[in-house]
Design a protein around this ligand. Structure first.
Ligand SMILES: Cc1cc2nc3c(=O)[nH]c(=O)nc-3n(C[C@H](O)[C@H](O)[C@H](O)COP(=O)(O)OP(=O)(O)OC[C@H]3O[C@@H](n4cnc5c(N)ncnc54)[C@H](O)[C@@H]3O)c2cc1C
Length: 366
């Protein structure tokens, strides 16, 4: 059997990884380099920090970010917005939480397992601090955490220079840059086609440099799925910097800034802008790291579904895997494994994740 994976971000890399483990002939079509769409990320493996998007609370948070100049709105997929408004505050079914919990624990386990096999991607299980500037905000965050279906372990801790932090001991982090290098080694031997896929019809992928065929096609092209699904882009920035600062991974909850200390650099990420553009922003200063020099700077686009839950289903010979928004790395292993199982016909569907369909005819990517 042969499978073509279109899009080599974190979801496509994991899909190819699990297919390869099964001895399947894999072709990966990626318009840039492997990991291109995902490498900017902070690398926090934090599936328990999942947020529903289609809630009044989340919309209010976005307006608050806009008012404070933290976020800008340049372009939104209208279909995404209309689905968000149509389902505003609608509770997802219980099975949606069951599958998310299953995917969360699978993903956490898989990163740990891969690091036990070879400790070469900066994996650390030291947990995550969500840092707050006031006691009221900590109290609100605790109340919110108590309502979370994930029931993850969380403690209130002191955090120097701040009112305090919520500490999630079960969470981990990786260096996204080193992880992409690891995946390049894991995927050594698969056929890599460096080309933009324009459209998919049945199991044939039309690319800039000709047709690529397989028995099944998995589409994991992130925001370029906006043309066929209610996916919109939320852009953010990732800088690798040298300097001095926090020795634990921390998120400034009210600013949306994450700082992750790694062996040879810090990763600083921020930004949640409704924007499909490629422009970079200058480095966001923050109290967690004093920057001496910049190693490199990238930006990326979170592929967000209207409710924040992933979209993962099979129709005919096509599997679609996307929609993880700000948690693509956190759910990447599960997305890849579950997409591979759909491609191999080991499962027909995953409850709730197949809530959107595909129209008939050629699928033209954006
Ligand atoms: C600033 C920032 C920080 C983040 N931090 C975290 C974090 O700490 N933890 C976490 O879990 N998540 C994080 N995320 C979210 C995470 O990066 C995304 O959810 C993830 O990248 C989505 O992965 P994906 O594979 O679905 O899509 P993408 O990463 O967008 O990958 C899609 C790939 O497809 C390729 N492609 C697109 N169109 C085509 C085409 N037509 N033909 C061929 N190839 C194509 C692209 O080049 C790209 O490589 C962060 C995001 C941002 C912006």
């Amino acid at each position: 059997m042969s499978v073509v994976v279109v899009g080599g971000g974190v979801v496509g890399m994991f899909t190819a990884y699990y297919l390869r483990k099964e001895g399947i002939e894999v072709t990966l079509v990626e318009s840039n380099g492997l990991g291109h769409g995902s490498v900017h990320a902070a690398g926090l493996i934090e599936p328990y920090r999942f947020d529903r998007i289609n809630t009044t609370q989340m919309v209010a948070k976005m307006f608050n970010y806009m008012r404070r100049g933290i976020t800008k709105v340049r372009k939104i997929n209208k279909e995404w917005l209309s689905q968000l408004l149509l389902t505003l505050n609608r509770e997802p079914p219980p099975e949606s939480w069951e599958i998310m919990k299953e995917m969360a624990s699978f993903s956490l386990r898989e990163y740990a397992k891969m690091s036990e096999e070879r400790d070469d991607f900066g994996y650390s299980q030291e947990g995550l601090y969500e840092v707050y500037g006031s006691k009221e905000k900590i109290e609100e965050a605790i109340q919110e955490e108590r309502r979370s279906p994930f029931r993850s372990k969380v403690e209130v801790r002191d955090f120097q220079g701040f009112a305090g932090a919520l500490y999630y001991p079960e969470l981990s982090h990786v260096s996204t840059e080193l992880f992409v290098e690891r995946m390049k080694r894991e995927l050594n031997g698969i056929k890599l086609v460096k080309a933009k896929a324009n459209s998919i019809y049945g199991s044939t992928v039309n690319t800039q440099s000709g047709e690529v065929k397989g028995d099944t096609v998995v589409i994991s092209t992130g925001i370029s799925l906006s043309s066929i699904l209610p996916i919109t882009a939320f852009k953010g920035y990732g800088y690798r910097v040298k300097g001095t600062g926090t020795n634990v991974p921390a998120v400034l909850a009210e600013e949306g800034v994450a700082v992750v200390p790694l062996k040879n650099w810090f990763k600083v990420t921020w930004g949640f802008e409704a924007d499909y553009g490629p422009e970079l922003s200058s480095l966001r200063e923050n109290p967690l790291v004093k920057v001496e020099s910049v190693v490199d700077a990238t930006c990326g686009h979170r592929p967000c579904s209207p409710d924040g839950f992933p979209i993962l289903f099979k129709k005919g010979e096509v599997v679609v895997a996307t929609g993880n928004c700000r948690l693509g790395w956190s759910y990447g292993p599960a997305m890849g494994k579950y997409a591979a199982d759909l491609a191999l016909n080991r499962v027909d569907r995953y409850p709730y994740l197949d809530r959107y369909g595909l129209r008939d005819g050629p699928l033209v990517l954006g």
